[in-house]
Design a protein. Structure first.
Length: 554
C-alpha cells in the first residue's frame, strides 16, 4: 500500500493473499478435487484405491474416510471436506463418500450460480433453507424399525458392505454384525443405546473370510504364562491386576553390598518370600484366573502354576476395561489390597490356538454382555479391509437400533428429496429459489454417480428415476445388478436415517462455510531448522510438509 510513495506493510513479508472471486474459485476447485478423488469408490461397483505412505506402507480400500485420512491434503478448503468425512464416520459410521461427493457437488452448482452474478450469501441462504426442508422430508419418508426386526437390521448391515471388497461374504458378516449389536444394546428409557466399545475386533491372519466368527465374551490376545497352568478353567474366579507380580526396582540407583554367601542366600530368600506372599494374596482372594496388565516374574509364574492358577500378563488396558465390565471384577492396583469382593466370575476361561497364536477366551460372563469378533483372512491387507467393513456394518446397525428409523438406498431417497425440493422451490420467492433448485440437482449426484460407476448411462437412469418418483414410486432407485431403475425395497437396499441426515447436514455446513470465504491470507511457512538436527544441517527439512498433520487421529 502506498501513501505519498511510502510503502506501508500491513502483512508480513512473504504472506500470500487471495481476494474476491479468485479466492472463492480456488477454494471451490480444491474441494471439487477432493470430491472427485473419492467419487469413483461410491456404490457396489465402486473401485478401490491403493494408498502408499512415505514409509512404503500400503492401504487398499474404498472406504471414503480412510482414503482421505491417508492422503496428505495440504489445501485448507480441501481439509474442510476431509473433516466432513471424519464427522460422518464418527456420527453415522457410513456414508462418508456420499457426504464428500454431495459437498463437492453443492460447490460445483454454486460456482455456476456465482458466474451468473448471484451473491454467495444468497446461495448460502438458499442452501440452508433447502437443507432444513430436505431433513424434514427425510424424516417423513423414513420408516420405523425395531431391535427385534433381525431381518431388516441384517439388510442394513449387508447394504453398508455391498460396496466393499468383502461383499461376496457380506451375508455372513452382516449376520455377525447384527448379533453383536443386539447382544450389547442396552435399554435406555423408550429407546436403546449401543456402546460399540463392548464389541471387540480381533484380527488373525490365516483361514478364509468365512471363518470369521462371533464369540460371546472377551478374547485376550495373549497366552498363559506357564506351561504347567491349566488350559481350561470352568466357572472361574477372575482377578484383574493393574500391578506387576514382580519385585519392585528402586526409583534411585541403589547399591547392595554382600560380604557373606549366607547374606546372598537370605537376600534371594526374601525375594522369593515376597513373590510367594503376592501369590498367597491372590489365592486368599479365591481367584483361580489372574489377568495382569503388567509383568509376572518367572518365580511368580512357577508359584501360580503350582497353585493351579491360570495367569496372563501384559493385557491391554482396553481389554482390562472390557473384562471388568463383563465379569464384574474390579481392577486392583495393589496386590496386597486384592480381596474376594474384587474378584469377578465367568462361565469359562480357556486357551485356544488360532493359526500360529494361542489366545485366551473368557466366555459366559454374567454381568454385562461383551462380544468379540474373531476376523480371519488370507493377508494383512484383507484383514484390515474386513475390519473396516465390519466397523461400518456395526455402526449402521447400532444407529438404526438407536434411532429406530430407516430409509431406502440406491439413490431412492436422494431422488425423492430432489422431487419434493423442486416442488417446494416454486413457493420460494427471490433469488434463493435458484439455489434451492441447485440443491435438489446436487442431491441427484448420488444416483448419477452410482450409475456412472456401474457403467450405466447416467442421463437415462436420472430420467427414469424422475419419472418413477413423479409417478409415486418412492422406493425407486438404481438397481445396479439389473442395470436399470428398480424397487429398492424388493432388493433390500436400506440404510439408517442417520446416514442420510448427517451427510446432508455436514455437506451443507462445509459448502456454506467455503462459499462465505472471500479472502485467504496464508502466512509464510517456517523455514526448516538449520544444523544440529538428525541428519546434519537441515536434515529434517523433508518433514516440513508435516506441518498440517491432521491425519494423526480419527
Amino acid at each position: 500500500m502506498l501513501t505519498g510513495q511510502t510503502p506501508i506493510l500491513v502483512l508480513k513479508e512473504g504472506t500470500k493473499r487471495d481476494k474476491g472471486r479468485g479466492a472463492l474459485s480456488n477454494n471451490i476447485q480444491a474441494a471439487k478435487a477432493i470430491a472427485d478423488a473419492v467419487r469413483s469408490t461410491l456404490g457396489p461397483r465402486g473401485l478401490d484405491k491403493m494408498l502408499v505412505d512415505s514409509m512404503g506402507d500400503v492401504v487398499v480400500t474404498n472406504d471414503g474416510v480412510t482414503i482421505l485420512k491417508e492422503m496428505d491434503v495440504e489445501h485448507p478448503a480441501a481439509k474442510m471436506l476431509v473433516e466432513v468425512a471424519k464427522t460422518q464416520d464418527q456420527e453415522a459410521g457410513d456414508g462418508t463418500t456420499t457426504a464428500v461427493v454431495l459437498a463437492g457437488e453443492l460447490l460445483k452448482r454454486a460456482e455456476t450460480l456465482i458466474e451468473q452474478n448471484i451473491h454467495p450469501t444468497i446461495i448460502s441462504q438458499g442452501y440452508r433453507l433447502a437443507s432444513a426442508k430436505a431433513l424434514k422430508i427425510l424424516q417423513e419418508t423414513s420408516e420405523p424399525i425395531a431391535i427385534t426386526d433381525h431381518a431388516k437390521l441384517a439388510q442394513i448391515a449387508v447394504t453398508s458392505m455391498a460396496s466393499k471388497s468383502v461383499s461376496f461374504s457380506r451375508d455372513a458378516l452382516g449376520e455377525i454384525a447384527v448379533k453383536a449389536v443386539t447382544a450389547v444394546a442396552e435399554k435406555k428409557g423408550d429407546g436403546y443405546f449401543v456402546d460399540l466399545d463392548n464389541i471387540q475386533l480381533i484380527k488373525k491372519q490365516g483361514g478364509a473370510i468365512t471363518d470369521t466368527q462371533l464369540i460371546e465374551g472377551v478374547i485376550v490376545d495373549k497366552e498363559k504364562v506357564h506351561s504347567g497352568m491349566p488350559s481350561r478353567v470352568e466357572n472361574p474366579k477372575i482377578a484383574l491386576l493393574d500391578a506387576a507380580l514382580e519385585i519392585k526396582k528402586t526409583e534411585i540407583d541403589a547399591k547392595i553390598e554382600i560380604n557373606d554367601p549366607s547374606q546372598l542366600n537370605a537376600f534371594l530368600q526374601e525375594e522369593e518370600n515376597m513373590l510367594r506372599r503376592m501369590v498367597d494374596q491372590v489365592k486368599k482372594s479365591g481367584a483361580n484366573v489372574v489377568l495382569c496388565q503388567k509383568g509376572i516374574d518367572d518365580l511368580a509364574q512357577h508359584f501360580l502354576a503350582k497353585e493351579g492358577i491360570y495367569a496372563v500378563r501384559r493385557v491391554k488396558k482396553s481389554d482390562m476395561e472390557k473384562l471388568a465390565k463383563a465379569t464384574g471384577a474390579n481392577i486392583v492396583s495393589k496386590v496386597s489390597e486384592l480381596t474376594p469382593e474384587d474378584v469377578g466370575t465367568a462361565g469359562l476361561v480357556e486357551e485356544r490356538k488360532i493359526g500360529e497364536d494361542a489366545l485366551t477366551f473368557v466366555t459366559g460372563a454374567k454381568k454385562a454382555r461383551a462380544v468379540s469378533i474373531l476376523i480371519r483372512g488370507g493377508t494383512e491387507h484383507v484383514l484390515d479391509e474386513i475390519e473396516r467393513s465390519l466397523d461400518d456394518a456395526l455402526n449402521v446397525v447400532a444407529v438404526a437400533v438407536e434411532d429406530g428409523r430407516y430409509v431406502y438406498g440406491g439413490g431412492a431417497t436422494a431422488s425423492e428429496l430432489a422431487l419434493h425440493l423442486r416442488d417446494e422451490a416454486a413457493k420460494i420467492g427471490g433469488r434463493e429459489q435458484i439455489a434451492f433448485e441447485s440443491f435438489a440437482e446436487a442431491l441427484e449426484t448420488v444416483p448419477r454417480t452410482l450409475a456412472e460407476n456401474a457403467g450405466l448411462d447416467p442421463i437415462d437412469i436420472l430420467i427414469e428415476l424422475r419419472k418413477a418418483h413423479k409417478g409415486g414410486h418412492k422406493h425407486a432407485g438404481v438397481n445396479i445388478a439389473a442395470g436399470k431403475v428398480g424397487d429398492m425395497g424388493e432388493i433390500h437396499v436400506i440404510e439408517p436415517i442417520r446416514v442420510g441426515r448427517q451427510a446432508i447436514e455436514s455437506a451443507t455446513d462445509a459448502a456454506v462455510m467455503i462459499l462465505r470465504i472471500d479472502d485467504v491470507i496464508a502466512s509464510k511457512s517456517s523455514p526448516p531448522p538449520s544444523g544440529g538436527g538428525p541428519g546434519g544441517p537441515g536434515g529434517m527439512g523433508g518433514m516440513g510438509g508435516m506441518g498440517g498433520g491432521d491425519f494423526g487421529e480419527d
